[in-house]
Design a protein around this ligand. Structure first.
Ligand code: C5J
Length: 221
């Protein structure tokens, strides 16, 4: 067992064989100009600080033989998997499915839908395409984790208070132990980042643990 002694709210122990690094939605549509995130009025630059620590963690995790799983939020070209309420929500400058500079917004197969170059998955690393905010909804993630005997998730990605929270909350309900990597998750809103992380670790770790990636990297063999 490896232990992150300084995790919040207390030590987090995990076994490499039964743990996966889950990288949520590090897509151009959220991290680069011209995508879904920017169409909602967000400053995508707020998320880019996650890329370097996550790239370093990915390198160490790969070297240590950790399971690595990526997710991408997006929809089929005919939008048949996109609930009308999601399509209509808010007042974005471009809606899901509209043509943008990186291709159709949040549509599978488009350039903007794919993962940023710095964090490109390696062959053999599963990429789960999800239509929702949570990574379990309408995907085979739970089956994939069960097949690999994974019980513990190290969670990175964007955005902290949306897809990371939705996924971690459900993972907790499904019996997984989740450590959220504070410097490898990002929000467009600094206050949501701070409070989003505090919410996870509060009340004795109501649905998880929080630590920096450096603490995990130091623990990996
Ligand atoms: C959002 C996500 N924020 N990946 N998606 O719409 O967090």
């Amino acid at each position: 067992m490896l232990t992150i002694a300084t995790a919040r709210p207390g030590p987090y122990a995990f076994d490499i064989a039964t743990t996966a690094l889950l990288v949520i939605d590090m897509q151009r549509d959220f991290l680069e100009p011209g995508g879904f995130g920017e169409s909602l009025g967000n400053d995508v630059g707020q998320l880019r600080c996650t890329i370097a620590p996550l790239a370093a963690l990915l390198a160490d995790a790969r070297a240590a033989g950790l399971n690595i799983i990526h997710t991408r939020e997006g929809h089929l070209p005919d939008l048949s998997d996109c609930p009308p309420v999601k399509l209509r929500r808010g007042a974005p400058s471009m809606r899901i499915g509209d043509p943008g500079p990186n291709g159709r917004i949040l549509i599978r197969g488009e350039y903007g839908h794919d993962i940023v170059d710095e964090l490109r998955p390696l062959p053999g690393e599963p990429v789960i395409d999800k239509p929702g905010k949570g990574a379990f909804h309408a995907t085979d993630l739970d089956a994939l984790l069960a097949e690999r005997g994974i019980r513990s998730l190290l969670v990175a990605g964007v955005t902290t208070e949306v897809c990371v929270h939705t996924t971690v909350r459900e993972a907790n309900d499904r019996g997984y132990e989740c450590l959220v990597l504070a410097d490898c998750v990002g929000s467009y809103f600094p206050e949501f980042q701070r409070v989003g992380l505090d919410m996870i670790a509060a009340q004795g770790g109501i649905f998880g643990w929080v630590a920096d990636s450096a603490q995990v990297r130091a623990a990996l063999p």
